[in-house]
Design a protein around this ligand. Sequence first.
Ligand SMILES: [Cu+2]
Length: 651
Amino acid sequence: MSRVKPSPRIKLTALLSACAIASAVAATSSLIAPSRAGAAPAAPRAQFTAAQVRAEVRPAEVRALGRDEAEYLAWGRLEYRAAQQQTAKPGARRDEEEGPDNGYPDPLRIRRLEMLRQTQAATNAAYDSRVFGKFTDYFPSPDYGDHIALLPTGKVLLFSFEAIQTDPTQEPAPTNIIGAHNAGRAYLWDPKEGTKPTAFKAVPPPLVNLPDGKNALRPAPFFCAGHAFLPNGMLGVFGGNLGGNGGAGAHLSLIFDPWTEQWTRNPDMSVGRWYPSVVTGADGRQLIMSGQSDLGWGTPTPVVERFPAKSHPVPVNPGEVPHAPVDRFRADAPFTTDYPQLFSLNDGKIYGLGRTPNEQWKFDPKLETRTDLPPRPDQLPAGVTARNYGSAVALPGGYKGPDSALILGGDRTDPNTYLLSGGHWSKQKPRAFGRTQDDTLIMPDGLLMTVNGAFDIRDYGNGPYNPNADLKYRHTEFRDEQGNWRLGPVQRLPRGYHSNAVILPDGRVMITGDELQSIANNPNIKSGMNGTIEIYEPSYLHNGTRPDLNAAPTGSLHYNKSFTVTSKTPDRVTRAVLLAPITSTHSVDTGQRHVELQITGRSGGQLTLQTPPLAAAAPPGYYMLFLLDSTGVPSVAKWIKLEEKQSGGGI
Ligand SMILES: [Cu+2]
């Protein structure tokens, strides 16, 4: 099926007449914002004439989005300004039950969410789900989901910070708050439990006291930390927010155990890190790089630390919580910007790809050395020295694992993508437009999908802290075998800074994050369910039945060994694929990985598969195993675990 031109959005005239009806209703009964769960959204009031709306329309938005969507946005701006004027009046009536609205009243949230729902439905009607997949669910979450990890139990760990703000025109994160209100929070979502509030479980981080002069115990403020999986399925989380100075690093070193669903705290790192990156190498140890130090924003640390310290064993068994410090890696990583992209490629080396073009390095985990890579050849706009946060992936490299990395997002003026392969950079085919704060997923068939994205940090195209977004960033985008990109259906919320997405074992994509947009669009903001989640079903879930994966080994698998799986549809299976679980934040996911497995034998309902040749191809740990048919439709995944014969073994 080919892409069909999107049908026209709902016309302004239709919108105005709908509002006129709402206004007539309002005249006879009191039409005021319902804000409890389950209440229907209130229709917007007819405050503006068609001429007023047309005068507000921006030609650039008409060019980018078409007239109808531009008129929606114009309407939203008028309503926003009117609401602000209303609440600014002395003695303005406030909603007594809900409390002060901080200048951003619930009717705006209701109206804005309804606009996003309508425009999503209208746009996506033009996309055939058999070709482009389909957005299916949108539901509230008790966490913003600024950090995410798909755990080997199938549950999703979400974490961020305790809510401090209900007004999305103000900074929503406690970055500059010092003391008890600089606090973290974490939840598990169990996809098997569905989309209700009962599908979530609070898993609060340990109480910590930070050296911030306040002597206040609070749940660890681990937001804006870095994280990666350990070989035993636990998540190592490093850094966080000390508070103040525009982003000062905490020294925190934490483990989340997916099996007991508990956090533990390890001895602190030697430096504070706010916005560090963490990568797990072929030896199962984690390298922690960059991050703003405890002296605040503008002081990124060059110190590289390793977890666990070399004097401690790599945790391999699920029951083995590592109680270990970090130690210092011999080479430094003098990134001048935070959240570098880090990848462990199939030569066993760590590639550190900074946001600044000339900070591209290769680290040898054994020799503890750093060598220079060529500068990335992108042309940043005049006066700009580094890319913004944006997605990057280790490109699938078949049975031998990835040998190259693709830089995608991070420059809103440059839609091109840049490939580092064999020590050389090349410019690759562009996406439809440059975007920052995006996430690019490697799907089971090895093709790429981009979700999320924005104009800038806290700026959705109409200025900072204005939740009114340039809606083009809601488009998904897909890369085919030839490297060509095409736009796909749109998500409901524009999600930029702090957005995330994971591929679930059943093949669906779960999208969350961006607390600013969540609080701008959630009429139940004060209910505690102040984040939101969206579910997208890729096209492979709309193309008939799926191949079956019935059973896979539950014990550890060593490298370069054969193992058997069973399938009820063995004749349909043409590929077997390992997909590493996603753990991401700020467009950084160092562990995402796609590795093909050779099918070396078939006998009845049994398939014989070959594990990757060595740990450099696929670092030890848990992977989703998918069986695919000839059209790329995957089975539901089973978890398998790769392990060296001796823990902490060589590369
Ligand atoms: Cu952040």
